[in-house]
Write a protein that binds this ligand. Sequence first.
Ligand code: SAH
Ligand code: SF4
Length: 432
Amino acid sequence: MNVYDSHRIASMLNNLGFEETKTAQKADLIILNTCHIREKAAEKVFSDLGRLKMIKDERAKEGLDTVIGVVGCVVQAEDEEVFRRVPFIDFATGPLTYYRLPEILRKVGEKRGEPIIDTEFPAESKFDFLPQNSSMGGSSFLAIQEGCDNFCTYCIVPYTRGVETSRPVNDIIEEARILVAEGSVEINLLGQNVNSYRGTDASGKERNLAYLLRKIAEIDGLDRIRYTTSYPADVDDDLIECHRDILKLMPYLHLPVQSGSDKILKAMNRRHTSGEYLDKITRLKEARSDLQFSSDFIVGFPGESDKDFEDTLGLVRKVEFCQAFSFKYSRRAGTPAAIMPNQVEEKVKKERLEILQKLLAEYQLRFNKESIGKIMPVLFDIKGRHKGELIGRTPYMQNVHAELGKEYCNKIVNVRVTGANVNSLAGVKEGK
Ligand code: SAH
Ligand code: SF4
């Protein structure tokens, strides 16, 4: 979501006449888009700002002015506190109000010295005010939903991104058509809780994600559809049928489970048990047999015992995820779990994370190795580190490195997989 927001911010600045620079030293305006999900992400913002202050000071010696702004969830969560920690910044705005940047920048120009902050939860939708979204290349993000009403007890998102809101169906279809016309062959529909999407159609009727997927699949020239991130309890029959019926829907689903222990899931206020999660996985696999899953895990949630952690490992062994993201529980001020008793020691969290990541990597490597010798359609959209190398993704979201001319960038190419490690595949173009 932050990559998407940054893309929208960059387009807005382009419209105002700004150009992207290669280094911060050359920039008249520097904006950090921030994440507050875990302590590490939030603290990184302040160390990065310390470095930017040095650049601002050096530029000042040469008579150059530098405007520094902070956008995103750190601002929404910390509010005025941000200015206490980094008094040298010029403005700060939350993730829902960055569409007001043109006005904020005008105000900054008028009264330099006094920092401007905007952490309102606006009644209007930012999507009605942002300039038209533009393609990000072969694969584009398209936000359809924002915010979260789930209030998992560890999570800061409902407090920073606000309540769930869904964009109207027609706005989304129109945006998807434009992205495809501009060269995107893949669209990834985004939302904090994308499968609880409830947007209105032209007649005012409420529609779900399944309806939207079927409509978007009708767009000629669009080859691949993905959606991120889903909440397990909101995976309904209609959505499962989409995985059976829509071939453009890629056979990879990110479905965060967080824990395999029902006791911990309850304490997390997740609306699913591990059994219900496994049942959804089984039914999705029945709908599309080659569907692969990735997930998010939190280890060391307050009260997590060795047995609870074992249950998480057990669930991993059952599902055999092809990819996963796993984190140590991070205390977020203002969330219920932050003040729960039985906080788990850092040392135990670290040990559990290592064990879990080792197990996840085994399945990931096994899945990647099974790809060797197969021919897969790969969407290339990133230049590799080596000259003449492109990086792309298989339908199952595996990264593929291949030696390919840049004319293949943003295209889907058939590739024979020649090698595999935990994080990527190597391949060669098949045929002429
Ligand atoms: N809405 C999505 C994901 C949102 S945040 C969902 O519910 O699945 C992305 C991931 O960050 C979460 O899935 C969770 O695993 C992790 N996360 C959120 N809060 C966290 C915290 N306080 N400590 C550690 N990980 C956290
Ligand atoms: Fe956070 Fe839970 Fe909402 Fe995901 S569903 S954003 S983890 S509160």
